[in-house]
Design a protein around this ligand. Structure first.
Ligand SMILES: Cc1ncc(COP(=O)(O)O)c(C=O)c1O
Length: 320
């Protein structure tokens, strides 16, 4: 039975949550209505442009490292941040922390996967390092990586190799290329009976090359090899669902093509594999199969995380 104290606590949390969203609508009068849903012509794209605060002196040609967040996400960030600083423990732990579940659900809708396979983290580096350092691998196990991988991931694998005696085998596809078979073969030819995992960068940051992930993944699985995908540059840029890649592990940053505030990332792990990956930051059930075990990050910026919903709204209006 609900006692008086828990009734008051639940009601306060609910009212707090409602107040939060009502205030948000009233809080951003300067932003305007935003692009008209379903539009596509000049006027629609003018409205999209007006959704961002562009520098008057620089033309931003690099949306790769980080994309700008739309005005609505910046306003939400500012609003949540002020709110958190009015009563930190109340707003952070009782209100914003609870809103991670609806955000997880909305991101799962965009990624067309189960929300039980998505963990929110701070960037692609953290998401992918969780898998690179969390997978059980023995000395002598081989991992196929490529000469085109992002330095943070190449360094993480080098550290794993140094520490645990894992052997790195480099695929060296000739890029850029339109020959999917040749690109896939550059990876597949490096597989051996000792290969445990292949690391594939979906869109290569150096040249924009899209690698044929599904083709490599199918060949890997046929040999019992697992697949990790660096999707830092593909999520919200290319139109795909995570499951259709055929991977086992996948990580991205949301502050790139989704235009979320800086410091948002996403880790996807196939449901049946969650239990075997050790969290990078400890949790009370490190071998459990709840994806939330990867979210024990300690105190972090909840406003950054929660403002992501506003970037997601705009993304859904524009599309990939
Ligand atoms: C292919 C690739 N992977 C991973 C990352 C790391 O992203 P972050 O710094 O957001 O963790 C980047 C950054 O540009 C990248 O290009």
């Amino acid at each position: 039975m609900t006692d008086r104290r828990s009734f008051i606590r639940q009601s306060a949390a609910l009212l707090g949550g409602l107040a939060l969203h009502q205030n948000l609508d009233a809080a951003f009068p300067g932003i305007g209505p935003g692009p008209t849903p379903g539009g596509d012509g000049e006027e629609f794209w003018r409205q999209v442009r007006a959704s961002f605060a562009c520098s008057p002196t620089l033309i931003n040609l690099n949306n790769g490292g980080v994309c700008p967040a739309p005005r609505a996400a910046m306003e939400a960030l500012d609003h949540y941040n002020r709110m958190c600083n009015e009563a930190p423990s109340y707003y952070m732990w009782r209100i914003l922390d609870q809103d991670r579940e609806p955000l997880r659900m909305n991101l799962a809708r965009l990624a067309a996967c189960s929300k039980e396979e998505l963990a929110l983290c701070r960037n692609a580096t953290e998401a992918l390092n969780t898998v690179i350092f969390g997978l059980p691998l023995k000395p002598g196990d081989e991992v196929v990586v490529s000469t085109h991988d992002y330095p943070n991931m190449a360094n993480a694998w080098k550290q794993r190799a140094l520490r645990d005696g894992v052997k790195l085998v480099h695929a060296d596809p000739q890029l850029p290329s339109e020959d999917e078979e040749a690109m896939a073969e550059a990876f597949i030819s490096r597989f051996s009976p000792r290969t445990k995992l292949v690391h594939i960068t979906h869109v290569v940051n150096w040249n924009g090359q899209v690698l044929p992930v599904r083709r490599i993944a199918d060949a890997a699985h046929a040999r019992g090899i697992e697949v990790l995908v660096d999707a830092a540059h593909s999520f919200a840029l290319l139109d795909y669902s995570i499951p259709e890649l055929g991977a086992d592990y996948w990580g991205t940053s949301l502050h790139k093509w989704l235009c979320a505030p800086f410091g948002n990332g996403l880790l996807w792990i196939k449901k049946e594999k969650v239990g075997k990956v050790w969290p990078l930051l400890s949790n009370d059930k490190p071998q459990g199969d709840d994806i939330r075990k990867f979210e024990s990050l300690g105190t972090r910026s909840f406003p950054i995380e929660m403002a992501t919903g506003y970037a997601l709204d705009l993304h859904e209006l524009i599309g990939a």
